[in-house]
Unconditional design. Structure first.
Length: 301
């Protein structure tokens, strides 16, 4: 009898957690509805006129990251700026998580939107998608601006937390119940690490946190985290074949990814790349130094 009661209580707890998570996600989506358009299943926002500039966010984030940082509005002063929710993120449809597959999805979106030869600005794990696009479609890229990227197969302790929601069967249960709750509890500490040594900006309260923790997005995050090491182990062999201008920007005090092991190393591999290491900035270098990103865009354009 006690065992049955225990199972019943556990089932009730799981059901309650699931109901709470989906209630919060629905409320967040009502508060932050899709504001842009859709192309090839990808949600995007755009502003400004001029040569195109495309923005690709990092793992776990959404297009609002570039808007809140100020980079998007600065770029729109001189470019047709277009920021995307990558496949599986935000309001974009779920899709393959390999960088090459995401590049193919972006190619379709670009064609539908009339985007030709853009400067692609990418942050963190989104840099792999930008590189994959330039490797696959070199004649359709004006240049790359890569900020705080992950380029080489290095140990990722956060994978222990990020990968389980993508595990078949049990992962589906986790991402609809306990994983969003754990993610929300850890969110302040997560932001503190990403923005360190700077304080987390007050405007980050406007970031739609529960939408970033929606089950679909946790699935995409888990798959990307699981693929990060094998993908970079393969892609690193192709970096030297890049044929487009590349500007690499990183924070000197990044506590999430080693700047020396990733950004500096990529610069040494790409002998004709430009490199800027921003003193006192962390992983969110585009927030700490948005003008540095815009300057890098000019340098590759």
């Amino acid at each position: 009898m006690n065992r049955r009661l225990g199972w019943a209580l556990a089932a009730a707890g799981v059901a309650g957690a699931g109901a709470f998570v989906h209630t919060r996600v629905r409320a967040e989506r009502r508060a932050h509805p899709a504001r842009g358009g859709f192309a090839a299943g990808l949600h995007y926002v755009e502003a400004g006129f001029g040569p195109p500039a495309v923005f690709l966010h990092g793992m776990g984030s959404m297009l609002q990251d570039f808007e809140l940082s100020g980079v998007f509005s600065r770029a729109a002063d001189h470019h047709r700026a277009v920021a995307f929710d990558r496949p599986g993120y935000g309001y974009s449809a779920a899709g393959a998580n390999l960088p090459s597959a995401q590049a193919a999805a972006l190619r379709q979106a670009f064609r539908r939107l009339g985007i030709a030869q853009p400067v692609i600005v990418a942050h963190s794990l989104g840099t792999l998608v930008a590189i994959a696009y330039a490797l696959r479609y070199p004649d359709d890229v004006r240049g790359l601006v890569l900020a705080s990227g992950y380029y080489y197969p290095t140990v990722r302790p956060d994978a222990l937390l990020l990968v389980p929601p993508a595990i078949p069967l049990i992962g589906a249960l986790m991402r609809h119940t306990v994983s969003p709750l754990v993610g929300r509890l850890l969110w302040p500490a997560w932001l503190k690490m990403l923005f360190a040594p700077h304080e987390v900006p007050a405007y980050m309260k406007d970031f739609p946190t529960w939408q970033a923790l929606q089950p679909k997005q946790l699935h995409a995050v888990g798959r990307e985290a699981a693929l990060a090491v094998p993908v970079t182990a393969t892609m690193r062999k192709l970096y030297f074949t890049l044929k487009v201008p590349v500007a690499i920007v990183a924070g000197a005090d990044d506590r999430y990814l080693s700047t020396r092991a990733h950004s500096r190393r990529l610069h040494e591999t790409l002998s004709d790349s430009t490199y800027l290491e921003v003193p006192g900035a962390g992983h969110m270098v585009h927030h700490a130094a948005p003008d540095a990103i815009v300057d890098a865009m000019r340098s590759v354009a």
